[in-house]
Design a binder for this molecule. Sequence first.
Ligand SMILES: [Zn+2]
Length: 292
Amino acid sequence: MLTLGQATIRTITDLDPFRLPLQFLFPDGDLAALEAERSVLDPDHLDFETGEILLRVQSHLLQVGGLNILIDTCVGEDKERPRRPDWHRRQATGYLDRLASAGLRPEDIDVVLCTHLHADHAGWNTRLENGVWVPTFPKARYVMGRTEHDHWSALEAAEPGQHNHGLYADSVAPIIAQGQAELVDDGFSLAEGLEIRALPGHTPGQIGLCLCQGTADRRMLFCSDAMHSPVQVYQPGWASRFCSDPIKAIVTRQTLLDEAADEGTLLVPAHLRRHTAMGVKRSGGRFIPEFL
Ligand SMILES: [Zn+2]
């Protein structure tokens, strides 16, 4: 658990580790270029023996101002994901038990923030009940970026089930149908000191959440997949295979790194393992992470 001013931040794991070959995740990646960072990256973030990046698929639970905010909802259970065996029809993952260990039942969640609508970020939006997908968090407002929602909604309408592992139909449409979705734009304020920020590039409408409290001397930005791995602190120009606009993703990441280094903003990447957040410093013309 991490505290910042009046806020507490916990991670709720769904799948760990999630391993991907370096050059599969980052087509421009080069293991040799990271050799000097081996002691920082290995074994938590990069396995130098196998050349695999290690990620964690997790939610961040932010508790502040009397609100329980769940940021992203991972892969989920029972979802049909035949193209990715480790995501396919998962059972008994223990995810909700881990939420309970943090002291919360599903009905205690006030806000679910969907940073973007990839299948490893919105799966627990719903759960299967008597063959029907229902909201996992029955009292939550599910906040989604309007641009992001409209992008996937249009693809689903044009070619049902053909995009994004079918996530829209099983994990987004049921939330809309229940009237629990709230589509928001850049600059939307979730509550006092909690602002939505556009983080385009990874997907057309990815958003992050900025925690800017008067009582804390540092801002914290839940930056989702604008940063997949600390590897990209050293190599901001390595875009992921899954980025819809790699050039825009690099610009977004560079902007975040500059802000973190210059203003002390703490970054919370969605898939960061072992640590909850990181600061960034400049050293010899490049960036280095400082984990919290
Ligand atoms: Zn992701």
